[in-house]
Design a protein around this ligand. Structure first.
Ligand code: PMP
Length: 343
């Protein structure tokens, strides 16, 4: 019989999927085995992790390292100010290993996101957004206070070396093996920088010629901005996290929200890939890179782009025409068919 003992054993080993129609090239029809007109573009589909995102990888590695160092003791409590994918990964691994989890999040975080964490048995503490950071009820102060309780441990994904290390030890080697060492370019969005730094370091150690490309929302520090005027979630920062290796990226491609969201929707409609906005952003950068390489005659290039999470968490945003229209983005909606057209 073939089975695993813990959901943790299902983390990683995600597949690579060749992008086809969304690249707008005749040689990339889904049934075409060739890539004569441009580089092969392969998506690393991270929503197939059991918690639904790339962050399952860092959650396991951060928890296991804290167990080994004694920072996290049996029956301990994990405290992290997050409501996103890292929270889900931590809640899932904590449930399997018998730890308590407390997540601290600002009140603007949607009820759906809080309920996902609670579903795994985690506790969610909601803090008011409308207070300054030095206020005792602020998001920062509440999480620091909870993390200083006996038995508590704060992973701190923005400064934890095991965040990039998890990618150096798992995602990087997977990509190298899956492409049989033929990868020439790696593209990823940058949030904490853990993904690009860990994978980038591993790939460059195997072949220093591999180009590492960061995709960044226009306005974020990685592409020369100062902070958040952008709406795409999970990527871009207004500070330089310790987990980001400033020497790793050969290049940063800046992508607008409009292009990120439009391409996210194309991935669902043309590749049946229901992914989040940061995936659309990274894939758009990969497409742009593929076009540049094709123009230089580099049709032999192999580009791998990492898609961090599923589109299920963004149904009321990226996939909602009213939400897009409210921010002035084109919806790209298919003209409504009448019953007569269908019958
Ligand atoms: N996309 C999404 C949806 C994320 O949650 C994150 C993590 N913040 C990223 C991309 C970026 O990954 P990293 O933090 O490793 O740079």
């Amino acid at each position: 019989m073939e089975y695993v003992n813990s959901l943790i054993d299902l983390i990683g080993n995600t597949p690579l999927l060749r992008l086809s129609r969304s690249l707008d090239r005749p040689d990339t029809a889904p049934d075409s085995g060739t890539h004569d007109q441009g580089p092969l573009v392969l998506a690393k589909v991270e929503y197939l992790n059991p918690g639904g995102s790339v962050k399952d990888r860092i959650a396991t590695r951060m928890i296991e390292a804290a167990e080994a160092s004694g920072e996290l003791q049996p029956g301990g409590t994990i405290v992290e100010p997050t409501s996103g994918n890292t929270g889900v990964g931590l809640a899932m691994v904590a449930q399997q290993k018998g730890y308590k989890c407390i997540f601290v999040c600002p009140d603007k975080v949607s009820e759906d996101k809080r309920n996902v964490l609670k579903a795994y048995g985690a506790e969610v503490v909601v803090c008011p957004t409308a207070v300054p950071p030095e206020h005792p009820d602020s998001y920062y102060n509440v999480s620091d206070r909870l993390a200083s309780q006996p038995g508590a441990w704060k992973p701190n994904q923005y400064a934890n070396v095991n965040n990039p290390r998890s990618h150096y030890e798992t995602t990087g080697p997977e990509i190298w093996a899956q492409t049989e060492g033929r990868i020439t370019h790696f593209v990823a969005g940058v949030g904490t920088g853990g993904t690009i730094s860990g994978i980038g370091r591993y790939l460059k150690e195997q072949n220093p010629e591999v180009q590492i490309i960061g995709a960044d929302p226009a306005g974020s520090v990685y592409s020369g901005g100062t902070g958040r005027p952008y709406l795409v979630e999970g990527v871009g920062e207004d500070f330089w996290p310790e987990t980001y290796d400033r020497d790793i990226a050969d290049r940063i491609i800046e992508v607008s929200d409009a292009d990120s969201f439009a391409f996210t929707r194309r991935l669902a409609r043309e590749e049946a890939l229901l992914v989040g906005g940061s995936s659309g952003m990274a894939a758009y950068a990969a497409k742009q890179l593929a076009e540049e390489l094709a123009a230089e005659g580099r049709t032999d290039a192999v580009i791998v782009v990492l898609l961090p999470d599923s589109g299920r968490g963004y149904l009321t945003k990226v996939f909602n025409d009213e939400w897009l229209a409210q921010y002035g983005f084109p919806t790209g909606a298919v003209a409504a068919q009448t019953v007569g057209d269908v019958l």
